[in-house]
Each structure stands twice: as C-alpha cells, then as structure tokens.
Design a protein around this ligand. Structure first.
Ligand code: HEM
Length: 397
C-alpha cells in the first residue's frame, strides 16, 4: 500500500471500497492448503464447543509461519479465522484460559502486526470480513447472505454480524460524496455542499432504518448470555484481570478490548467530517480514539486525514446561507437519531437482560455500572456521545 498517497484522493489504496466503504469487498472463503486447518477449525467452532472439544482440537494445530499468506484478502481471512479460534479457546464454556498456546499465539501476533490490528477479534474481522453472498449474482440482502464463521447461540451471531454489516453498508453510500464535500468547501460552492450534505443525512437515515432489522434477527437472551461471552476482551476484565499471555511472544500478559461496533470507522468518519468533537473530560474522546487502534491501519489513516482536513463545520457556521446550515444540521440530527436508537437497542439487548439476571441472583446494581464488551460504562458513555453530537447543531439564523 502506498502510504505516501493522499487517502482523501485515493481511498481505494487504503482498502476503502467505492460502493461498500470500510467493508471488505468479496472476502475470500478459503486459504491456501497449508492454512486451511485454521479455516476448518474456526468453521467447526459451534459444534466443537458444544461437544467440549474445541480447545483440544485447537491445541493440535501446527505452528505455521505466516510468510506464505499472499495478499491482503488472504491475510484478512487468516486474521479472522485465528481471531475466532482465539475467542473460542479463551472463552469455551466460560471456563477461562489465561494462556493462548504458541501454535495460535505466534502466527496471530505476527499477522496482527502486519495488518496493524490487535491480536484479538475486532469488528473488522467478525463483521467487515465475515460475509458472503449465497447467490453471487444476487444483491447484498439479509436473505441472500451468510457469515463465514459463527459462534454458539444458534443464529444469533449471524444476525448480529450481518445486521451490523448492512447498517454499515447503508451508511457507506455517504462515503462517495466525501471528495465532493472537500471540493465544495475548497471552492466555496454552497450549492454543491448542500446537495452532498443532504446525501450524507439520507444515508444515515437509511442506516437507521436498516438497524431495525436487529429485532428480527437477534434474540436478546442469546445475545446477552451466549454471544457476548465470546466477544469479550481482556482489558478491564474481571475474569482476566492482568490480560492474556500470548505464549511464545511474551511472558507478560497483554490487555486488549473486546469486539464492539465502537470499532466501526463509519460513525467516526461522519463525526470527523462534520467537525463533531467528543469531550475529553469523561474519557469519551480517549475511548473513541483508542478504538481507532482496533481498526485496520489504512482505515485509521483515512479517518485521521478526514479529521485534520475537514473544515466543513467552520465553513458552514461562518456562512449566511440558512439552507446550508439546515443541510448541515440535518446530518447532525440524523446522527443524534441513530445514536438515540442505538441506546434503545442497547437497553433491550444488554441493560434489561442484565437487570433481570441481577434480580434473579438477588443482587442490586445500577444500570450505569453495566459494562460493554469494549469495557466502557456503557450507558454513561453512549448518552454522553449522543449529547455531544446534539451540541454540534448550529443556530439556523
Ligand atoms: C444488538 C446490537 C448492538 C448492541 C447491543 C451494541 C452495543 C454497544 C455498546 C455496549 C457500546 C459501547 C462500547 C462498548 O463498550 O462496547 C457500543 C458502541 C457503539 N456502537 Fe453498538 N451495539 C449494537 C449494534 C451496533 C450497530 C449495528 C452499529 C453500527 C454499525 C453500532 C455502532 C456503535 C458505535 C459507532 C459505537 C461507539 C459510540 C458512538 O460512536 O456512538 N452498534 N455499542
């Protein structure tokens, strides 16, 4: 990859697709023969976990060098397969393992370094690279899609990963107009900027509508009690308080946050484009910035370029054009709307099942203390991110 290229002029060189944004286009399903053992084991995870055999099988894997993996898509599939194996190995039956054996740890660590990703399952693995079309000529609809790898909990992981992917895809249609937005600001062309901003707002509304599919395809109990266990990380984690030892890499345990859609680049991309800055005093900005280290490094570079070059907000706020301010505010309102809806979803899938579990155990705890897979005090964090977004609205006079 030519990192000297300007990401805003050549997003395709930063693994950003014209049609699908940060989603990996047509991911590979198979690896070269010697690496197929990873794919096979990861595919069999749900059955092997049910039979209590997953760890034993994982321990039998040969320790492979990653040098013969050719090209980006092979590397992404290998990272996805090794990440699934790692999550299964660490969390099988909730009977946690503190050491990841070297036959998994060494290739996973080396490959992660090569891709600029952490050695844990991230959103770019389980959502952005974990899909295929059933009919390759058909379109990307839920019914025509499947995941490459699933976790225990029936169809819950398929639902969660594919709905997230479709939300990402709906929002990604706004990425096409980013070059037009930069051009319009540069040329002080308010009419063209208005049009492009309207297109961003309607993509975010499409994403919101797609989000509603979650209720059809993800069961709250399976999500809370089964899938979340496998998405959890080893940072701020009471079961692995010091982190995980990657045998053959270091004897010191390493901490990494679990998989979360907070690792999606798309919402951060809109924030950066619109000049929405999350507050530093309660750690939100720090957490969101940290999540950039859980994105493929070319995507992180792209986000940084958008954040440092975008003067959309300054241009609109200093303009007298009320229609332009309205178009900018439509984008902000769409983001507030989707973040509000996300809060409702989080209530249904995490807060309610968590309160129910506490009351069954006769325990009392505050909703504000419930933690996300990324380790945040999730309600406080999500409300505050929503509120900062709201504060970015400009006066329309
Ligand atoms: C059942 C569905 C979902 C649940 C339960 C859920 C849960 C969470 C939680 C708990 C967080 C806080 C960070 C953490 O500690 O993990 C979070 C953050 C976030 N989630 Fe989700 N999420 C869901 C679906 C989605 C989807 C489909 C998207 C969009 C692709 C999304 C985008 C985000 C973003 C962007 C953040 C960072 C905060 C922000 O920028 O507003 N989530 N999510």
């Amino acid at each position: 990859m030519a990192l000297l290229e300007n990401p805003l002029e050549h997003p395709e060189k930063f693994h950003i697709s014209k049609d699908l944004g940060f989603i990996l286009e047509d991911p590979l399903e198979e690896l070269p023969d010697r690496y197929q053992v990873w794919v096979k084991l990861a595919k069999n995870l749900p059955t092997l976990v049910e039979e209590g055999q997953f760890r034993e099988e994982a321990e039998q894997l040969p320790e492979l060098s990653i040098d013969e993996l050719q090209g980006y898509k092979e590397q992404r599939l290998a990272h996805l397969a090794l990440s699934v194996i790692t999550m299964g190995y660490v969390w099988q039956d909730r009977n946690v393992k503190e050491v990841l054996p070297r036959n998994i740890a060494v290739p996973f660590w080396n490959l992660s370094e090569k891709l600029g990703l952490p050695p844990i399952m991230v959103y770019a693995d389980c959502v952005l690279a974990n899909w295929k079309k059933k009919d390759p000529l058909g379109s990307m609809t839920y019914d025509n899609m499947d995941t490459l790898f699933a976790f225990p909990g029936g169809d819950c992981s398929k639902g969660f990963f594919l709905v997230s992917l479709l939300v990402e895809k709906a929002a990604a249609s706004a990425m096409k107009v980013i070059p037009d937005i930069f051009e319009a600001v540069k040329k002080k062309n308010s009419e063209s900027l208005k049009e492009s901003l309207q297109s961003v707002a309607s993509s975010v509304y499409e994403a919101y509508k797609t989000f509603q599919l979650v209720h059809e395809h993800v069961n709250p109990n399976d999500f809370f009690n089964i899938l979340r266990v496998y998405l959890a990380g080893w940072k701020n984690c009471s079961l692995l308080p010091k982190g995980l030892i990657y045998e053959g890499v270091s004897e010191i345990p390493k901490e990494f946050a679990g998989g979360s859609a907070a690792q999606s680049s798309i919402m951060q991309c809109f924030d950066a484009l619109l000049g929405i800055q999350h507050t530093t005093e309660n750690g939100n900005a720090k957490y969101l910035e940290e999540m950039r280290n859980y994105m493929p490094s070319p995507h992180k570079i792209f986000l940084e370029a958008v954040a440092s070059h975008s003067s959309v907000r300054d241009f609109v706020s200093s303009s007298d054009d009320i229609q332009l301010k309205k178009a900018y505010n439509e984008c902000v309102k769409a983001l507030v709307h989707i973040r509000n809806y996300h809060l409702q979803v989080v209530n249904k899938y995490i807060i309610s099942p968590s309160s129910k579990q506490d009351s069954e155990k006769g325990q009392k705890s505050s909703d504000d203390e419930v933690k996300g897979t990324g380790g945040t005090n999730l309600l406080i964090f999500l409300r505050s991110v929503r509120d900062t977004t709201k504060r970015a609205l400009l006066e329309e006079s």
